[in-house]
Design a protein around this ligand. Structure first.
Ligand code: ATP
Length: 366
């Protein structure tokens, strides 16, 4: 089932004034898609999920499930969560402590007065690898097992839409990685349209077919993980996606003969040919140059005019080292496996021009 948001708005009125949690969201999520709502704390992700589930009413706009409108204040339509056939899993597992695993999973079926209980419960438990735990109470389970029970309980009624709000944040790092691949497999096997909220960009990149990146109640970019990583449209997207984050360096674009040149502090680079379309927008203007730490190399002497700086910090990251280099254009992060360089060394930074991103630097552009 596909899900459509049209000019969706949500305003909360509180004693301290009004909060525009969602400003105007337009989005279409396709049938069977694994869609991620990503963004920093307070940007409106959970509000979007709660509006989709029917736990909150929108202030304006519309939500459609396939051709059916499920929320529209203008048309005075609001379907309850039950009428929407959605399943939701939260960060807190919210299991019933006095019921065993079987009865926890069976709960939604009993509420709906379904006749068939045993088979769907056992099939779902089997799918999640918890079929040997059916007699246990939640207190006798690990965090990962509890979250599996919560997911089984959500899926046992074959929902049309599966909503998850930061379901893995209570788990330790190892378990989170395991559960992540299990949720991915489960979603692929069931084909249920899934909307997943997280503030963790790694989770978003590894799980999502597409990601909607939020900031301050607005969607700032929607695309595949590859789109967001390789073609960020704003400095915000550029620095939010990827770890360590992309460097964003104040610069200026000028024409030198036929070439377009980016100047930053004491260095300059030629604008890559495939970015020439940006010239019209940016030439003779200040811009922000984005470059990922893995696309910068460091040399101790340089013939060309490159950005010079001093190594201030070196962080070992396993296979590589993360260098913090203080330059005339601010601090720049560089990933390198060169172990010869030392703290305090003066280095010249060379940017791989095919990986340069440019953003207008006017206020409001990010
Ligand atoms: P987090 O990752 O911290 O959960 P989020 O992106 O999910 O953040 P929301 O919970 O959707 O953010 O909140 C968006 C904005 O709306 C925030 O400014 C929040 O304080 C506000 N908000 C959310 N729920 C309410 C409420 N019931 N009453 C008043 N303001 C609210």
């Amino acid at each position: 089932m596909n899900v459509t948001f049209r000019r969706l708005q949500k305003t909360f009125y509180t004693l301290r004034g009004k909060v525009e949690a969602l400003k105007s969201i337009d989005l279409e999520i396709g049938q069977g898609e694994f869609f991620i709502l990503l963004g920093p704390s307070g940007c409106g992700k959970s509000t979007t999920l709660n509006l989709t589930a029917g736990l909150e009413r929108p202030t304006a706009g519309e939500i459609r499930f396939a051709d059916r409108i499920v929320s529209s204040p203008e048309r005075k339509i609001f379907l309850s969560p039950k009428e929407r056939n959605v399943a939701m899993v939260f960060q807190s597992y919210a299991l019933y402590p006095h019921l065993n695993v079987f009865e926890n999973i069976a709960f939604p079926l009993r509420i709906a007065r379904e006749r068939e209980i045993d088979e769907p419960v056992r099939n779902t438990a089997d799918m999640l690898g918890i079929d040997d735990l059916l007699e246990r109470k939640p207190a006798e389970l690990s965090g990962g097992q509890r979250q599996r029970v919560a997911i089984a309980r959500a899926l046992v009624r074959n929902p049309d839409l599966f909503l998850l709000d930061e379901p893995l944040s209570n788990l330790d790092a190892q378990l989170r990685t395991n559960m992540r691949s299990e949720i991915k497999r489960l979603q692929r096997d069931t084909g249920i349209t899934t909307i997943y909220v997280t503030h963790d960009q790694t989770e978003a990149m590894t799980l999502g077919d597409r990601i909607g990146l939020f900031r301050d109640g607005s969607l700032v970019q929607v695309g595949t993980p590859d789109d967001l990583y390789n073609r960020p449209q704003t400095p915000f997207a550029a620095t939010f996606i990827g770890s360590p984050p992309m460097n964003v360096i104040p610069s200026e674009i000028n024409k030198e003969g036929d070439a377009a040149v980016i100047t930053y502090a004491d260095g300059k680079s030629e604008l890559p040919k495939d970015k020439a379309w940006m010239l019209e927008r940016l030439v003779d203007r200040k811009a922000l140059m984005g470059i990922r730490p893995e696309h910068i190399s460091m040399v101790t002497t340089s013939e060309s005019i490159s950005l010079a700086g001093n190594i201030e910090t070196i962080e070992p990251l396993g296979r590589e080292l993360l260098y913090h280099v203080r330059t005339g254009a601010g601090n720049v992060l560089v990933l390198s496996s060169d172990e010869e360089l030392r703290l305090g060394d003066t280095v010249h930074l060379l940017f791989d021009s095919s990986h340069i991103h440019l953003f207008p630097s006017e206020p409001g552009a990010n």
